[in-house]
Design a protein around this ligand. Structure first.
Ligand code: MG
Length: 249
């Protein structure tokens, strides 16, 4: 069942989204060669808790971090570590969730570490643009597949593959609510979009093949071919008019 949110609930989700977005913005400013992903984790944890929220990911199915930090060929769910030191030329995908007054804001972005290759920049830009193309069709009367198709069409038109094993999701009182939001067409239009739906749309786009594997730590997802991956995410609300991004600063 897809839970529709009231105006009051969406107002709280806007606040949760703001906190997650603030933490992600601080991480963007902190990413540089020499910093560890454990330090990034501590920065996000501090901002989220100072604002009276909780890091949604901490302890989720036993996840040890407050954020997910996934470097280069890592797609999602990388565990922050003192042993992971960022270096010039890396790209890093950072995923932040904040739970505030019982509601979750969830957002992610991939950032360059210092100067990165033109290929890496193009992959990151494409993934962000695929997200924005998907948000643009998250409108009353459209269907879930319009979102999925927007991501797939844009990413594939630029020569990339979308990850199939991990998907976006409804968001609200739970971090993961119905519906699942694949980043590719499934041959059925799915539920019709209605005002009050709150969705975490999150394209994961690979430079090479779509396939992924999970490392022995049981969390970190990497591309099967070792090529780069990028990840952008916003939590949004379907409204009577324009889609509202809840995780904007
Ligand atoms: Mg998410």
């Amino acid at each position: 069942m897809i839970v529709l949110k009231s105006k009051n609930e969406i107002e709280i989700m806007r606040q949760a989204g703001q906190i997650a977005a603030e933490a992600l913005e601080a991480l963007k400013g902190a990413v540089r060669p020499g910093i560890t992903t454990a330090e990034l984790d501590a920065i996000a944890h501090s901002i989220i808790t100072k604002r009276g929220a909780k890091p949604s990911f901490k302890g989720y199915h036993g996840f040890p971090g407050s954020i997910c930090s996934s470097v280069n060929q890592q797609v999602v769910h990388g565990i922050p570590s003192r042993k992971v030191v960022l270096k010039e030329g890396d790209i890093i995908s950072l995923d932040v969730g904040a739970t505030y007054k019982g509601y979750v804001g969830d957002c992610a972005a991939t950032f360059p570490v210092g100067a990165v290759s033109d290929q890496a920049i193009r992959l990151m830009q494409t993934t962000q643009e695929a997200l924005m193309a998907a948000i643009a069709v998250a409108r009353r009367g459209n269907y879930l597949e319009d979102i999925s198709g927007a991501v797939q069409d844009y990413a594939e038109s630029r020569g990339y593959a979308v990850v199939r094993q991990y998907v976006g999701h409804g968001v609200g009182r739970q971090m993961h609510e119905e519906p699942q939001i694949p980043n590719y067409r499934q041959g059925k239009r799915g539920p019709q979009l209605k005002p009050g739906m709150t969705l975490a749309i999150e394209p994961m786009v690979n430079e090479g093949v779509a396939e992924t594997v999970t490392l022995k730590d049981k969390w970190t997802v990497v591309t099967e071919d070792g090529k780069l991956s990028a990840h952008f995410e916003h939590s949004i609300a379907v409204t009577d008019g324009e889609p509202e991004i809840l995780t904007l600063l």
